[in-house]
Design a protein around this ligand. Structure first.
Ligand SMILES: C[S@@+](CC[C@H](N)C(=O)[O-])C[C@H]1O[C@@H](n2cnc3c(N)ncnc32)[C@H](O)[C@@H]1O
Length: 253
């Protein structure tokens, strides 16, 4: 039987790795590395650095590299394009597990942040098993999410006392699906969705490239800092070729 580990590697800082993740890294024969193009090279580099840093000297392992399928953007239904992407990823993952891993070996996917939060690896492995052609056992090792990194870097709790926190996407916020939770964490925002609610009396804690050398933090009343965030975001995206940012919107204390 093959074993697949989905290891959460934390959202940027190699020191976000847990002891459980270090132990898991040291069980792996083959790491599946999915190439997402030159713009995202830093994300691949971090995965290599983590292996180099935490796997004991003398332990043999290999990288199994493949091109990561991409979502078709623009002019297509979002849910349908995500479903297509996940089907393509499923085919790629199944092929890799089938062809590049021998019986009795352990393979691993290094999931950015935590594999349970806006990451499709668990869903895809479950779908492969459900199809019944490829057999393996799998384990999930949790990691530090970008949400936890954001709260830590701004030194704020996520929730107000006894209240709830909602995690959503920029796409939903931009579509007007504004929650009444008094703490709202927004991820995957491609469209400056905070501007949609900038007229509300809210505080924002914004963080980009959290835990990395490029990290940027801005906090303040949303009305006052929204334009600054938008300008900073645009400049950072231009400089790096891509951006990953997360923010917490909260009623003032
Ligand atoms: C596909 S989701 C992956 C989330 C990841 N599994 C986690 O646990 O944080 C990608 C989104 O996570 C957020 N993100 C991930 N890493 C980040 C970082 N280092 N700084 C800021 N936001 C980050 C951004 O909102 C980005 O659009």
């Amino acid at each position: 039987m093959k074993t697949i580990l989905i290891i959460g590697i934390g959202a940027g800082d190699p020191e976000y790795i847990t002891m459980q993740a270090v132990n898991a890294l040291n069980r792996v024969d083959g790491f599946f590395i999915l190439d997402k193009g030159p713009a995202k090279e830093k994300l691949t580099d971090l995965r290599h650095e983590i292996c180099q840093r935490y796997i004991s000297a003398g332990r043999a392992y290999r990288f199994i590299e493949a091109h990561c399928p991409e979502r078709v953007r623009g002019g297509v239904d979002y849910s349908a394009s995500v479903a297509d992407l996940n089907r393509d990823k499923q085919n790629t993952f199944e092929r890799l597990i089938d062809e590049a891993l021998a019986d009795g070996e352990t393979g691993a996917f290094l999931a950015w942040g935590d594999p349970a939060l806006y990451d499709s690896t668990i869903r895809i492995l479950r779908a492969i098993l459900a199809e019944g052609r490829c057999h393996f056992e799998f384990e999930v090792i949790p990691g530090i999410t970008s949400v936890q990194a954001l709260a830590a870097r701004h030194k704020v709790p996520l929730n107000r006392i006894g209240r709830s926190v909602e995690i959503t996407t920029g796409r939903r916020l931009a579509a007007g699906q504004v929650s009444d939770a008094d703490s709202l964490v927004v991820m995957l925002d491609a469209e400056d969705a905070y501007q949609q609610v900038a007229n509300r009396d809210r505080y924002i804690y914004w963080g980009a490239y959290l835990g990395t050398a490029d990290e940027i933090l801005i906090a303040g009343p949303l009305k006052e800092v929204a334009d600054d965030i938008q300008r900073t975001r645009q400049a950072a995206r231009q400089a790096n070729g891509w951006i990953m940012d997360t923010y917490l919107l909260r009623d003032p204390d």
